[in-house]
Design a protein around this ligand. Structure first.
Ligand SMILES: O=c1ccn([C@@H]2O[C@H](COP(=O)(O)O)[C@@H](O)[C@H]2O)c(=O)[nH]1
Length: 308
């Protein structure tokens, strides 16, 4: 049975793109049409906003399915709305799976071992979308508590053919403050990368890419290239392209010689394309879906200049 990386790479090859669309709904940026429809059904503020997030994200999925291999819902935007938000998230994830998209839940989970098992059981469905309450193919996780806390996630990923992305070099401007701290000549993020590589070799010895990936920001192109070499078995999830300033040239180092191994995320620049520059002029708010399609196609074309 193919593992997570094989499933992901088959989709990337089928669609000829490593573009990943993030689903980051923000009430203030939603088209008025979506806000008005949600308001008209009444309810509490959270219920109204959750309804809007659900419809908005499901419609984005309808636009991008068949164009990109995967979507990455940002759990925080749903969680901030409480139970109605999490119900909306579930509906969005199910819709994405039904549309044939790989779903990466960006929840950045991590805790002591026994609690980590509960997180894995909640999020890591893997190949069989009914295997967890939230049907993610893959989940972002945090290694800060120690290597032992990764094991329950890895056990679940092996069992369910799911994927994991460990935070290694984040895209934010302050990432270096802690992540560059050195001990015995090795920076903290390099030490985390070495753990990721070694666990892949241990748990997925037969695969070119294992189920344990790494998050590396597009905003750190030098580190991105170095980390590709340092973790040859890790699929990379690369946020920071687009709204955070990362370019196609910046992400070129994420890929192997076949153009695989990297998945490049863009959230705001696609979700709210109708508000931005050329797409605002060309489409405007009434045609926000067309703006999502055009921004996705532009990203796909742009990334072709970065892959071999
Ligand atoms: O290092 C990281 C880890 C996660 N993210 C998340 O990715 C998206 C980026 O959104 P854009 O609108 O494309 O900037 C967002 O959900 C972040 O929480 C990241 O940016 N950097």
């Amino acid at each position: 049975m193919p593992g997570y990386s094989e499933r992901l790479h088959a989709k990337i090859e089928q669609l000829s793109t490593p573009a990943l669309v993030g689903l980051d709904p923000r009430w203030d940026l939603l088209p008025a049409e979506i806000q008005d429809a949600a308001n008209s059904q009444g309810g509490s503020k959270s219920e109204i906003q959750a309804r809007a997030f659900e419809r908005f994200c499901r419609e984005i999925i309808d636009v991008v399915a068949g164009k990109v291999p995967a979507v990455k819902p940002q759990v925080a935007f749903f969680e901030q709305l409480g139970p109605p938000g999490m119900t909306a998230l579930l509906s969005v994830m199910q819709h994405a799976r039904e549309a044939g998209l790989i779903v990466i839940a960006d929840a950045k989970r991590g805790d002591i071992g026994s609690t980590a098992t509960a997180y894995a059981d909640a999020w890591l469905a893997g190949e069989d979308s009914s295997a967890a309450p939230y049907p993610a193919d893959a989940l972002t996780i945090n290694a800060y508590l120690g290597v032992d806390t990764l094991q329950p996630f890895i056990d679940a990923a092996v069992e369910r053919n799911a994927g994991l992305y460990v935070l290694v070099r984040t895209s934010n401007p302050g990432a270096a403050v802690l992540q560059d701290r050195k001990e015995a000549g090795v920076k903290l993020f390099e030490a985390v990368a070495d753990v990721v590589q070694s666990l892949n070799e241990q748990h997925w010895p037969q695969s070119q890419y294992g189920g344990l990936g790494a998050v590396v920001g597009a905003t750190w192109p030098q580190e991105l290239s170095e980390l590709r070499q340092r973790m040859p078995s890790a699929p990379l999830l690369v946020p920071g392209y687009g709204s955070q300033g990362g370019t196609a040239a910046d992400v070129a180092g994420a890929f192997d010689s076949k153009g695989l191994g990297g998945l490049i995320n863009s959230s705001r620049a696609i979700n709210f394309a109708y508000r931005n520059g050329e797409f605002a002029d060309q489409f405007g708010e009434a045609n926000w879906r067309e703006a999502v399609a055009a921004a996705t196609e532009k990203m796909i074309a742009d990334l072709r200049t970065a892959t071999p």
